[in-house]
Design a binder for this molecule. Structure first.
Ligand SMILES: Cc1cc2nc3c(=O)[nH]c(=O)nc-3n(C[C@H](O)[C@H](O)[C@H](O)COP(=O)(O)OP(=O)(O)OC[C@H]3O[C@@H](n4cnc5c(N)ncnc54)[C@H](O)[C@@H]3O)c2cc1C
Length: 489
């Protein structure tokens, strides 16, 4: 079914793809503008990705970091929110096509801001995803929580020491900020939260391995902070293995290639992938239609005003854009989204033409990553110089908490997060350790279903081939009978 989605007022219509940092902050910037805004996103919420690892490890609940976008936008009268997976952008006809189940919606735009973010990249080994989920969505975080706690539950039931070892070995692949945060939290969960809660196994004996093909932990933070983070992780009991590239991965473990070319196997049932990003495939459509280039990660090499060639009112922002000096972080997306909204407003209210736009300038506010409870690394540029102020430890950790609270959307979310943090960091408890059967088994069940679907496709093909064979044989028999009859007559 195809439904055209029109803006009734006839005002300039700004369509925004994505309700993440780029999309939401662009929409909010247009609150007082004389425009209609439509946000189309394939998820119903504004997800605060930097805290996903806390959902996976039971510190906060998913609702706290993912308020519903339409509730956030309730008081912005010029904006509406549509749920749908955008699968087509038509630059010539200025429309965006999205799909929700069987329903196809075509939305015309006057200006378009595309902020569809990025996904996990398995560097061409997409089948790894089945055994090592990424950490990009709420589903990923809940699944990982299920997998971590499910592995402990299975180990408790096993009397086979090899199987128990495999179940109690957790491997995080990728030692960037997400990998470091996850490895630290899985270790704390095993050593503190779950301590004394099982009778057949000792959770504190769980192995947490952080693997990376690169020679350093947290490469964007530089050598010194990387070394300190690695030392802190090792103190927590995390086994940091660098120069180690995963070359194969299956249900029971993985094969790792060392720098000298030798390979070894790690047996592990619970694995998580945090080693690389691939921008939304919508970038490819823009490249095909406008000639804009993409970088190796599929990011769009936008013009200095974040638009694409010959389409001054089509902006690409956030993790989807490739701009020198702008990292794939929340601030890059927020500032890009606001810049695009301001450019649209300036054109409508002040008559500023696209060639009068000042290029987008990124203001680097610094970066942070937590390593464990009471420990983080922080890097802040020193104004007027090319130097950066670096610190790590307790104060950096407090800074991380404060900053992330500021950007968490919604007063209630902030309050309940503070309560959960207080509980998790001052005791060894965690409030969000519930896992459902669906979380633990759904993925396996889905896997089985697709196997069944594949099998039945093969069976259908085999049946069709058999039917054709029978038809051919029948035709041959009829032909022979006809021939014999005509010879007889
Ligand atoms: C685990 C993790 C931890 C991070 N930690 C930090 C941190 O500590 N500090 C920091 O600054 N940054 C951090 N980042 C990076 C930061 O979250 C991203 O840079 C930021 O979210 C990018 O914003 P965005 O709007 O471009 O994309 P996103 O926030 O990813 O939003 C993309 C939106 O597009 C929607 N979408 C995607 N495809 C489609 C489609 N085809 N149709 C419709 N909608 C679609 C999605 O549903 C979503 O709403 C982290 C990222 C991750 C994954």
């Amino acid at each position: 079914m195809s439904t055209p989605s029109q803006n009734a007022s006839g005002r300039h219509h700004v369509v925004i793809v994505g309700s993440g940092f780029g999309g939401l902050f662009a929409a909010q910037r247009l609150k007082k503008a004389d425009v209609d805004v439509t946000i189309i996103a394939k998820t119903t919420q504004h997800l605060f990705q930097p805290m996903l690892y806390q959902v996976a490890t039971g510190i906060v609940s998913e609702g706290e970091i993912a308020p519903a976008t339409r509730i956030v936008m309730r008081n912005q009268a010029n904006a509406r929110v549509l749920l749908g997976d955008v699968n087509k952008i038509d630059l010539k006809n200025k429309t965006v096509t999205s799909q929700l189940l069987e329903r196809i919606t075509e939305t015309p735009y006057d200006s378009l801001i595309i902020a569809a973010g990025a996904d996990q990249s398995y560097f061409g080994n997409d089948h790894f995803a089945e055994y090592a989920p990424g950490m990009k969505t709420i589903d990923h975080a809940l699944e990982l929580r299920g997998r971590i706690l499910g592995a402990f539950e299975q180990a408790e039931l096993s009397d086979d020491p090899d199987e128990r070892d495999k179940l109690l070995t957790f491997v995080v692949i990728g030692a960037g900020p997400t990998g470091v945060e996850l490895a630290g939290q899985i270790a704390e969960m095993a050593h503190k939260t779950l301590k004394g809660t099982f009778r057949n196994i000792d959770p504190t004996e769980a192995k947490v391995i952080l693997l990376d093909a690169a020679p350093a932990v947290l490469p964007p933070f530089g050598e010194k902070l990387g070394r300190k983070a690695a030392a802190r992780l090792e103190k927590l009991g995390v086994d940091v293995q660098l120069n180690a590239m995963v070359v194969d991965l299956d249900y029971d473990g993985m094969v790792v290639k060392e720098k000298d070319g030798t390979t070894r196997r790690i047996e592990s049932q619970c694995k998580v992938w945090s080693a690389g990003v691939q921008a939304s495939p919508l970038g490819k459509q823009l490249a095909e239609q406008s000639g804009v280039e993409l970088d190796r990660a599929g990011r769009v090499k936008v013009l200095p005003d974040l638009s694409i060639p010959d389409n001054p009112n089509v902006f690409v922002v956030g993790d989807m854009m490739a701009v020198d000096g702008v990292p794939g972080v929340a601030q890059g997306a927020i500032q890009g989204g606001r810049y695009a909204a301001d450019a649209i407003k300036a054109e409508l209210s002040g008559g500023q033409t696209p060639d009068q736009r000042k290029p987008f300038a990124y203001f680097d506010k610094g970066s942070m990553a937590t390593v464990s409870r009471f420990s983080a690394v922080m890097q802040v540029p020193i104004p007027g110089t090319k130097k950066k102020f670096e610190t790590e430890g307790y104060f950096a950790w407090l800074g991380w908490l404060a900053l992330h609270l500021v950007y968490l959307v919604g007063f209630r979310n902030r309050l309940s997060t503070i309560i959960n943090w207080f509980f998790a960091f001052s005791t060894r408890g965690r409030a969000q350790l519930a896992i459902t059967e669906q979380q633990v088994y759904a993925r396996t069940a889905i896997g089985h279903l697709s196997e069944l679907a594949k099998k039945s496709e093969v069976e259908i093909e085999a049946d069709e081939a058999a039917e054709q064979e029978i038809e051919r044989a029948e035709a041959a028999v009829e032909e022979t009978i006809e021939k014999e009859e005509s010879e007889a007559s």
